[in-house]
Design a protein around this ligand. Structure first.
Ligand SMILES: Nc1nc2c(ncn2[C@@H]2O[C@H](COP(=O)(O)OP(=O)(O)OP(=O)(O)O)[C@@H](O)[C@H]2O)c(=O)[nH]1
Ligand SMILES: [Mg+2]
Length: 697
């Protein structure tokens, strides 16, 4: 079927940066210049189109990634604005997984922040080509060249300015394009008009120096151009664009632009950069299957409409009107409404209902979608985030999306008992949307426990429950998601025998517990030979072990990083059953685990505090007091940046305490780093508290 837009003119782009760098403001300008909106919505007025959730508008931050599609110079650009706050990192991860290119935003004053490094690394993991935009050039202290150097040194990339600013702070008037070698001024009165003039004489030397840098960096990429550069000392405009495009897509160069989105400066050039330098869906490598599963074709799909359909579900939204919306990135082939597709992750056939193109909170119906499109689909009832959707006759499974495990938990109960069912239905819908949010039920205390990435994450969930689902709920204090593991190797056996009239119960198992590397989870190995336990009972033993591990024997927390080897056992012709072997598996694991020197593990966060020098001592002290250790301290302009590791359990309420200690001038971010053993004296306290609360069996 004919395409409305040739695939070479499609761009799927994300905007990523630390919190408050101006991602949403840039997105609003992009939509305005592309004629998508006619009025500029400002974040701080709660009026940004992309920040359409009530919680986003009230807090002035982005919480969920929003997508919109627009046209710029006959290219179709799908743009995803991502949040900067670490609690919503899932939104960045899923967007980067399916996008072809990204704009990395920097604040001209703040430069490379810890969170910038984090999102940069996320984008590198998915090999996403990037261009950089240094925003907020109108702020006092803006330092374009300083930030370019930071990008090069701290992010270790080949950042090459394509424009340079004319003036800075209040005197920031425009930019010099190093490709056309023209000065461009942005008229304040009419936000759209660009005044293009010759470079003013006093800026010519600087512009020539940076032009030479750009040309040299381009020439380095290509032997023929290198020769020409040596002969003539310059390259043509077309040559620069062509080589810059190739090098950006190959991730050898990160072209740098600048402006002040809030003041409507520099964004049109960024848009030119997006369409001229970032890849089309057919310029990225064909996607490869995670596993071929007996498929005789090689497990790859070329990005063409003729190839069998394949796509990835990367986002689920419970929409009030449309129902469950599944966002899909199409990697190959064509998708039609009413078509049956295979969810190859679940091996389930699904029917495509409506296909929608999303514009923030609005949508437009489509009859079909093609390679490279990002659309939302109605009708995929079972599909989850990270699942592959594909042609039923040509199954393929793509690598899923990695999500961090939730680290903070709270108990939750509806204010009114009548709302019990409504609450659990709403919670499961929200968990469906967000893979870093989980819901569980504590059998011992009959409490519903919700877990997420941080306090803000859970606060937003509770708020959404009230507003979107009409359920008011009360919540407990935030608690740390501890884990249990064993430290020594143990072997032993357990006999489950019951003889109380009628048919008896008999199951006998021998096990060995071994410790796995952190993060390796759980392995169950069956070494039983000669039918000493019939194979049909083995899954029951495993089930019993898993049951014992869900609520660990030591303190009732999940057990992780263990290998359980079933070595031997015996059975009885009449009295053995699945039930008896499950019980034996559970009890044997429990007994052995408690003998294997169990310990508690706690999440440790990497914490970065940015503070004026005056509060340096107080800030480092606040980390040490919290069982933290300082890793590095460095100067960041007028500020000091302290990086350290602190157990999460010590970080509750830190925002308030840091604020009061520094007269509101120090700020911090934190993110989950790894699990570490809890010191023994604290373990005892935690276990006692759990016992008092009746949470240990
Ligand atoms: N002075 C100045 N302020 C800006 C500029 N761009 C954005 N801002 C302001 O910076 C604040 C944060 O902007 P946002 O666009 O919400 O930043 P964000 O990166 O989307 O933030 P999160 O989504 O919360 O991570 C807002 O008050 C903007 O008005 C700029 O170019 N200059
Ligand atoms: Mg935002």
């Amino acid at each position: 079927m004919a395409r409305a837009t040739p695939i070479s003119k499609i761009r799927n782009i994300g905007i990523m940066a630390h919190i408050d760098a101006g991602k949403t403001t840039v997105s609003e300008r992009i939509m305005f210049y592309a004629g998508k909106t006619h009025k500029l919505g400002e974040v701080h007025d709660g009026a940004a189109t992309m920040d359409f959730m009530a919680q986003e508008q009230e807090r002035g931050i982005t919480i969920q990634s929003a997508a919109t599609t627009l046209t710029w110079k006959d290219h179709m650009v799908t743009l995803i604005d991502t949040p900067g706050h670490v609690d919503f990192t899932v939104e960045v991860e899923r967007s980067l997984r399916v996008l072809d290119g990204a704009v990395a935003l920097f604040c001209a004053v703040g430069g490379v922040q810890p969170q910038t490094e984090k999102v940069w690394m996320q984008s590198e993991k998915y090999a996403v080509p990037k261009i950089a935009f240094i925003n907020k050039m109108d702020r006092i202290g803006a330092d374009y060249y300083g930030v370019v150097a930071e990008i090069q040194n701290e992010l270790g990339c080949n950042a090459v300015p394509v424009v340079i600013p004319i003036g800075r702070a209040d005197a920031f008037q425009g930019i010099i394009s190093l490709i056309s070698m023209k000065a461009v001024y942005f008229d304040d009165a009419d936000r759209r008009t660009l005044r293009v003039e010759d470079i003013p004489p006093e800026r010519l030397a600087g512009a020539k120096k940076w032009r030479a840098n750009l040309v040299e960096k381009c020439a380095e990429q290509d032997d023929v151009l290198m020769e020409k550069f040596f002969d003539t000392g310059d390259l043509s405009e077309t040559e620069i664009w062509t080589i810059l495009r190739q090098a950006t897509i190959a991730r050898k160069i990160v072209p740098v632009f600048c402006g002040a989105a809030f003041k409507n400066k520099g964004v049109q050039h960024l848009l030119d950069g997006i369409v001229n330098l970032l890849p089309a869906p057919n310029e990225i490598p064909p996607i490869i299957a995670a596993e071929t599963d007996g498929d005789e074709e090689p497990g790859r799909r070329e990005p063409t409409d003729e190839a069998p359909f394949s796509g990835m579900a990367f986002k689920i939204v419970a929409d009030k009107h449309a129902g469950k919306l599944t966002y899909i990135r199409i990697y190959s082939g064509t998708l039609l409404t009413g078509q049956n597709v295979l969810n190859s992750t679940l091996n389930k056939s699904q029917r495509i209902g409506r296909i929608l193109r999303m514009h923030a909170s609005h949508s437009e119906n489509l009859e079909m979608a093609q390679t490279g499109d990002i659309v939302a689909v109605v009708g995929l009832a079972h599909t989850r985030t990270g699942d592959t959707i594909c042609d039923e006759d040509h199954p393929i499974q793509l690598t899923s999306i990695e999500f961090p495990a939730p680290v903070v938990s709270i108990s939750i109960a509806p204010n009114s008992k009548m709302d019990n069912e409504k609450l659990s239905a709403a919670l499961y819908k929200l968990a469906d949307e967000d893979p870093t949010f989980t819901v569980s039920f504590d059998q011992e205390t009959s409490e519903t426990i919700i877990s997420g990435m941080g306090e803000l994450h859970l606060e937003v969930i509770v708020d959404r429950l009230k507003r979107e689902f009409g359920v008011s709920a009360k919540v407990g204090r935030p608690e740390v998601a501890y884990r249990e593991t064993a430290t020594t190797l143990v072997e032993g056996q357990y006999k489950h025998i019951k003889q109380s009239g009628g048919r008896g119960q008999y199951a006998h198992v021998c096990m060995r517990l071994e410790r796995l590397k952190p993060g390796d989870g759980f392995e169950f190995v069956n070494e039983v030979v000669g039918g000493r336990i019939p194979t049909n009972f083995i899954p029951a033993v495993r089930k019993g072990v898993v049951r014992a591990m869900t609520s660990g024997p030591y303190a009732g927390y999940p057990v992780v990083d263990m290998r359980v080897v079933l070595t031997d056992g015996s059975y009885h012709d009449v009295d053995s059953s699945d039930f008896a072997f499950q019980e034996a598996g559970r009890a044997c694991f429990k007994e052995l685990f408690l003998k294997a020197s169990p310990i508690l593990l706690e999440p440790v966060m990497s914490v970065e505090v940015m503070t004026p020098e005056d509060f340096m001592g107080a800030s480092t002290g606040s980390i040490c007091q919290r069982r933290g250790r300082i890793e590095t301290m460095e100067d960041k302009g007028a500020y000091k940046l302290i990086e350290g590791m602190v157990p999460l359990s010590e970080m509750f309420g830190y925002a308030t305490s840091l604020r009061s200690m520094s007269q509101g001038r120090a700020t911090f971010t934190m993110q989950f780093e790894h699990y570490e053993a809890v010191p023994f004296f604290l373990t005892e306290q935690i276990i006692k508290a759990r016992r008092d609360a009746n949470k240990i069996r």
